[in-house]
Structure formats: structure tokens, C-alpha cells
Design a protein around this ligand. Structure first.
Ligand code: NDP
Length: 255
């Protein structure tokens, strides 16, 4: 039974076509929420997630978004406005999940300016400007969740820029929470541990997966659904006093 009135809510989930974002989209829809999800390079996967939701009695639309292309954000937001009107007869929505992200594994000594800029554009600049530009459409009392990473707390070789940008995103979470408190918009970050998706080329061979499991109190790698189920549960009025927080969902990595 849905006790938290999620039925009347609409969530926009970036990178909702695969991995963690797909799981967030499916779990949100299962709770009765309307879903706008985005894909970047693979429209078929985005459409397939929307279809899965619709086939199960929910409501969903898939849109193209490249969050690294700041100039394309206005056009994307116009599309969101049209979809809200057409599908839900609304001019606003309730929840934004900034989930889309990329990884590029290089040691600091091998990190070029090109790699650095690409990581910044998608994982940080895109998050800042999409949120800045779309926040007027977020309903008073709504929520933004920024997907961060355990790598904002602990360090591994080859992910220095990525991990630092996730730490920056956690900082940004608090600043957005501060500036938009007047509209009662809550802003939180969820930091997954190592999750078994295709992200950054996947989690490698069995030995590496085993190594991750031994670093984790619960003794295993995370699944996309471990994050999707949690984020969907956070997208509700039950979490109405949770604001400006970093919540790690890692099964207890490096504790
Ligand atoms: P995946 O690689 O499985 O999925 C990435 C998603 O982001 C896809 O929907 C992809 O769309 C979309 N995407 C990629 N590039 C862009 C872009 N330039 N603009 C907009 N969308 C884009 O990743 P995960 O699901 O594993 O990761 C999701 C989030 O979780 C990321 O922010 C990541 O940093 C974070 N995270 C992941 C962890 C893990 O171990 N997997 C651990 C901690 C955090 P398309 O396929 O169409 O290009």
C-alpha cells in the first residue's frame, strides 16, 4: 500500500535508461510516481524503460539529455515543460534526481585536460546548470537528489578527478539546500558504494569483485536495485525533514 502519496508525484531522473537510474525509475513508478527519464547515447534503452513502466500500468516518458552540453539544456527544459502539460496537465514536477554520470579511469599523471573537462562537464557543470535552470519548475516542497559516490569519502587510484567532482557535488547539495530553502525544496545527496553496473566499463574480473566484497561490511558488491529502491523511498513525504544530507548506501564500505 502506498502511504506517502507518491501517486500524485512526478520525478525527473537523468540517466534513467540504464544501471542505477533505470532502477530508480522502475522503483519510483512501482510506488505510483509519474516518471520522466533521460538517456544520452542510446534512445532504445530509454524508450524500453518507459515502455516497461507503461506496460506495468504506470506513466513514463523518455527524453534525450546530454548533461555535458550546457547549450542544449534550454531546449531540454522546453521539452520537459511540454511533456508535463501533455501527459500530466501540470506545469511543474516534484523530484529531480541528478543521476547521469560518466567515469574515465586514469592515474593523475595520465589525466589530460580533455579527460578532465569531459568529467567536469557531465558530472559537475551539467548538474549545476541543469538544476539551476530547471529548479523554477520544481514544486514548492519538492526534492532534489544528487547521486554522489563513496569515492567522495575514500580514495582509489585512477578516479581522482571523478571522486573529487563527487565531493564537489556533495558541497553543491548543501549550497542548493541553503539557497532554495525559501521554497522548501530539500536537496540531498545519495552516495552509492561499488554497484554492479556497466559504469566505467563495469566491475572487472571475479578477483576484483571479491576484493570489493571484502572491503564491504555486508560482504558483497551492490546491485542497482539496492540504490534504486532506496532513492525511490527517499522521494516521498516520509523524508520531509531530511535536508542537505549525504547518505551513503554502500553496505558499509571501509568502516
Ligand atoms: P551507467 O553507466 O550504468 O549508466 C549511466 C547513465 O547515464 C545512462 O543512462 C547513460 O545514458 C547516462 N549518461 C551517460 N553520459 C551522459 C551524458 N553526457 N548526459 C546525460 N546522460 C548521460 O552508470 P550507473 O548507473 O552505474 O551510475 C549512475 C550514477 O551513479 C552516476 O552518477 C555514477 O557516478 C554514480 N555511481 C555509480 C557507482 C557504481 O559503482 N556503478 C558507484 C557510485 C556512484 P546512455 O546509455 O544513453 O548514454
Amino acid at each position: 500500500m502506498n502511504t506517502t502519496n507518491q501517486q500524485s508525484k512526478i520525478g525527473l531522473i537523468t540517466g534513467g535508461s540504464r544501471g542505477i537510474g533505470k532502477s530508480i525509475a522502475l522503483h519510483a513508478a512501482k510506488r505510483g510516481m509519474g516518471v520522466i527519464l533521460t538517456y544520452n547515447s542510446n534512445p532504445e534503452q530509454g524508450e524500453a524503460v518507459a515502455k516497461e513502466i507503461i506496460d506495468n500500468g504506470g506513466k513514463a516518458v523518455a527524453l534525450k539529455l546530454d548533461s555535458g552540453k550546457i547549450g542544449s539544456l534550454e531546449g531540454f527544459i522546453n521539452q520537459v515543460t511540454e511533456v508535463l502539460k501533455k501527459e500530466w496537465n501540470r506545469s511543474d514536477f516534484d523530484y529531480l534526481v541528478n543521476n547521469a554520470g560518466i567515469a574515465q579511469r586514469t592515474l593523475i599523471k595520465d589525466t589530460t585536460e580533455e579527460i578532465f573537462d569531459e568529467l567536469v562537464n557531465v558530472n559537475f557543470k551539467g548538474v549545476f546548470f541543469l538544476t539551476q535552470k530547471i529548479i523554477p519548475l520544481i514544486k514548492e516542497g519538492g526534492q532534489i537528489i544528487n547521486i554522489s559516490s563513496g569515492l567522495a569519502r575514500f580514495a582509489f587510484p585512477t578516479v581522482a578527478v571523478y571522486g573529487s567532482l563527487k565531493a564537489a557535488t556533495e558541497g553543491l547539495t548543501r549550497y542548493f539546500a541553503k539557497e532554495y530553502a525559501g521554497r522548501k525544496i530539500r536537496v540531498n545527496s545519495v552516495a552509492p558504494g561499488a554497484i554492479d553496473t556497466e559504469f566505467g566499463g563495469g566491475k572487472g574480473d571475479e578477483a576484483h569483485r571479491q576484493q570489493i566484497a571484502t572491503m564491504t561490511a555486508l560482504g558483497r558488491l551492490g546491485e542497482a536495485d539496492d540504490i534504486g529502491a532506496f532513492v525511490a523511498s527517499l522521494l516521498s513525504d516520509d523524508s520531509r525533514f531530511v535536508n542537505a544530507q549525504r547518505i551513503e548506501v554502500s553496505g558499509g564500505m571501509f568502516i
